[in-house]
Design a protein around this ligand. Structure first.
Ligand code: NAD
Ligand code: GLY
Length: 360
């Protein structure tokens, strides 16, 4: 097991990563001086498969776990859940000194994190991510929140966890499609910041897709290191943190026009990365060899890089509505080589349209 630190001064926290990292939970609860009841918030799938082992771990810290379960899936990521979770916290007697455990993928992680941010104006929480998306992205960095009918992740707060415990063993039960979709975010980390990680992913497709935990350790750890370094420098996304949105402006547009019903988030990000590479080619920033490597890597993990039905105009319109777009111009993160990206705030709509056409 390895432990990284997200360096945010007195709000910094450890990120434990490894095959049996869950064993760290009792020690973390002791360090946080958790007393009385600890709320373990998760979704129905994760509760069924992994709930008992986490409850047992909480019990072994000498505190009483209270299981708070929400329905699984993105549709359940609503403000109503915050009221429900806070009601469960009150009934269980949680107070300002209590600790919440957010167990599961990005959905329960974001919801439980926002409930912890809101309850008694903010209590501490520990992230225990169980999907690749959550282990390499959402559990680190403190973005919490829920969706509104008019926009995804539009209600939320920055609220850093007190610890992140990434037990790779959870991945053994993750459906293959979820695994592959999550790996899009790992490939993204390679493209934006680490050519060696990208090369590792190119060379270890088979063991990674077979969920060989030794093979998964490096990509998960490097992803957390990259994300932790970015967040330490730019916690509230005033600048640098936007590089983590590589492929996401196009991807969010694709998710919005499909009403989140066709592609998993990582699959939409893969299409978005392909569009971003096409844009970078048009701008003369990226050579064809690097664009082809990104495409081949995404494809080798079973991720989509073409979508013949892509509705270009509707996707462009959705992208302009995205909260990351600014009036008049479109803002993108584009790669100029594998392992490095640049911000462009001046992309004319026609160039973005051509990039989308290249994906179709
Ligand atoms: P998810 O939480 O819905 O999990 C996907 C599915 O896998 C669910 O059905 C879940 O029940 C199931 N599952 C989870 N762990 C499992 C396991 N170990 N074994 C078997 N099944 C398991 O989705 P996700 O892909 O983890 O996360 C997507 C969400 O994360 C989105 O809402 C997105 O907005 C959010 N997100 C947030 C951030 C952030 O910085 N806060 C970053 C990226 C994504
Ligand atoms: N997932 C992008 C971020 O955390 O900033």
């Amino acid at each position: 097991m390895e432990t990284l630190t997200l360096a945010l001064g007195d709000r910094g926290y450890p990120i434990h990563i490894g095959e049996h990292a869950l064993r760290q939970l009792p020690a973390e609860l002791a360090r946080l001086e958790a007393r009385g009841a600890v709320a373990v918030c998760t979704d129905a799938n994760v509760a069924r498969i992994h709930g008992e082992s986490v409850l047992e771990s909480v019990r072994s810290a000498g505190v009483t776990p209270v299981l708070c379960v929400m329905p699984a899936g993105e549709e359940a990521k609503q403000l109503a859940r915050i009221e429900e979770f806070c009601g469960m916290f009150l009934e269980a007697g949680l107070d300002r000194s209590s600790v919440v455990v957010a167990l599961g993928g990005g959905v329960p992680g974001d919801v439980a994190g926002f409930a912890a941010a809101s309850f008694m104006r903010g209590i501490r929480f520990v992230q225990i991510p169980t999907t690749i998306v959550a282990q390499v992205d959402s559990s680190v960095g403190g973005k919490t929140g829920v969706n509104h009918a008019l926009g995804k992740n539009t209600i939320g707060a920055f609220h850093q966890p007190s610890a992140v415990i990434i037990d790779l063993t959870f991945l053994k039960t993750l459906p293959d499609r979820e695994l592959r979709a999550g790996l899009a975010e790992v490939i993204k980390h390679g493209v934006i910041a680490d050519a060696a990680l990208f090369e590792y992913l190119e060379c270890h497709v088979e063991p990674i897709l077979a969920k060989d935990l030794d093979a998964l350790m490096l990509p998960v750890r490097r992803s957390c290191e990259i994300k932790a370094a970015v967040v330490a420098e730019d916690e509230k996304e005033h600048g640098l943190r936007a590089i983590l949105n590589y492929g996401h402006t196009f991807g969010h547009g694709i998710e919005a026009v499909t009403r989140y019903g066709v592609f998993l988030h990582g699959e939409a990000v893969a299409l978005g990365m392909e569009a971003a590479a096409s844009l970078a080619r048009q701008l003369g920033l990226l050579d064809e060899e690097a664009a082809a490597r990104q495409r081949a890597c995404l494809e080798s993990y079973g991720l989509p890089v073409r979508w013949p039905e892509l509705p270009v105009d509707e996707t462009l319109a959705a992208m302009k509505h995205d909260k990351k777009a600014r009036a008049g111009t479109l803002k993108f993160i584009v790669a100029d080589r594998i392992g490095h990206v640049v911000h462009r705030t001046d992309i004319p709509e026609e160039q973005a349209r051509a990039a989308l056409l290249a994906v179709r």
